[in-house]
Design a protein around this ligand. Sequence first.
Ligand code: NAD
Length: 328
Amino acid sequence: MQILVTGGAGFIGGHLAQRFAADSHDVVVLDNRDPFYDLDIKHHNVEAGREAARNSDGSYEFVEGDVRDAELVTDLVADADYVYHQAAQAGVRPSVKNPRKYDEVNVDGTLNLLDACRDEGIERFVMASSSSVYGKPQYLPYDEQHPTTPVSPYGASKLAAERYACAYSEVYDLPTVALRYFTVYGPRMRPNMAISNFVSRCHNGEPPVIYGDGTQTRDFTYIEDVIDANMTLLHEDAADGQAINIGSTDNIEIKTLATEIRDQIDPDLDLVYEERHDADAEHTHAATDRAEELLGYDPDHTIREGVSKFIDWYRDNRDWYEPLVRQS
Ligand code: NAD
């Protein structure tokens, strides 16, 4: 079975491609190695996929290219059974500076893939969406019926993309599922995120810096739980045509997260507070009942367990990963 993973040199796509290869599938990764963060991490992601294929009966091919290139996308989809679309211009704050690029990559790129899939009879098109589609909460936790009023160009682009995916399912009978991720973390995560930053600072005897008063809440979701949800979609069709929340069941305040990390690494450190960024969501919290019902989703990792696994990984990989976090 051949699986096309777009954005497979990135954090989530890298873990997905690695798992598919380890499970003896034939994986093709399409990624343009966007320099949004240091390319060394993408190199490690690709190597992890290749290594998994070497140790299994699977295969791994890396294609450097762009989801905006319709011809290339069409060629790659022609050979695929499943498409896992993770490529995106990610990041809420930078989207405020350059909204048009988010539209081109996240919306037009997704449309290129959907068009190619429609013509090829793909088994399933699974795309990464985001909690950012919800915007300001009218109630929490967000369930999938919550109004979608994104407050950033990034959130708007993810919403448009997932709406197209749902429409293609309805109109062209293409099985599509959008997974709305809630702040994913774990080994090889993007270096410019709160958890990698807190861990790095604590390891260097520096207090973690919290933007705002630290009462913002998040569902930090461990990467393995996200990958498990994606794996289910290789055989489960109950969610076709839908957008589903994938979060943790362990919603916490940012200052609790910082405290947990500080306590695991260097309990003597203080916490430091700086001005909050306007584009950041105040609270995100997922209701995961639909994922549980349709996909049997049952996240394994509490924040303490996930953070502890990440810190272990960080210590083992500090030589190459830490400089990238420090410069981000
Ligand atoms: P990432 O930036 O690590 O991975 C995205 C990958 O897409 C990168 O390797 C990048 O090079 C590639 N890419 C970007 N533009 C491309 C283009 N035009 N053509 C081909 N490849 C391109 O991000 P991630 O954290 O792994 O996120 C993966 C997906 O999950 C994204 O769609 C993101 O919007 C979504 N998501 C992530 C989170 C999270 O917490 N990490 C939360 C919600 C949603």
